[in-house]
Ligand binder design. Sequence first.
Ligand code: ATP
Ligand code: MG
Length: 170
Amino acid sequence: MRLFLALMPPPALRERLGELADTAHARCGGRRMPDESLHLTLAFLGDVEEASAAELVEWVQGLTIPPGEWHLDCWGGFRRPGIVWVGAQAADPALVRLQGQLWGTLEPLGFGTRPAKFVPHVTLLRRAATLQLEDLPPIELPWSYNQLELIESTTDERGVRYRSLAISQG
Ligand code: ATP
Ligand code: MG
């Protein structure tokens, strides 16, 4: 099973992010992420055996994370996959700490590898035709969170779908 840990936006923020995805799509083209898939990845675990996935479900269900507020204030792009995202100009210490703590548990257990660099972002478009983001409107969005989710990523003929397997305490 292909798994990752993520923050899922609360409904009102999801809607705002969806509007930003529409705006970006009109400007940059590509494939717009559906509203229900919008998320912030904290840890990508990759392929995990079913037995290990069951352990992860238990762990996440018992987990409490420190509540925080992340401030989205910029557009960004990853050139090679043509990704357009929204995120923050400055590294957010609370998110960096959270990501570090998660990997502090996951890595010794053999769940994937801690990435060399953590760039918190919400992907809005993939395979964009252009990454010229200069004329896009300014962003000022707070994201209050107190829970993370364990998500399974599956692919079918309609594309990638995410399914929540577990939610932390909160
Ligand atoms: P697709 O790959 O088909 O475009 P997707 O990227 O939405 O779809 P996944 O590849 O399953 O679906 O990725 C799930 C989440 O994990 C996404 O947020 C993605 O950016 C992230 N992710 C995927 N691969 C990695 C990786 N090697 N390192 C870090 N994060 C990753
Ligand atoms: Mg991917």
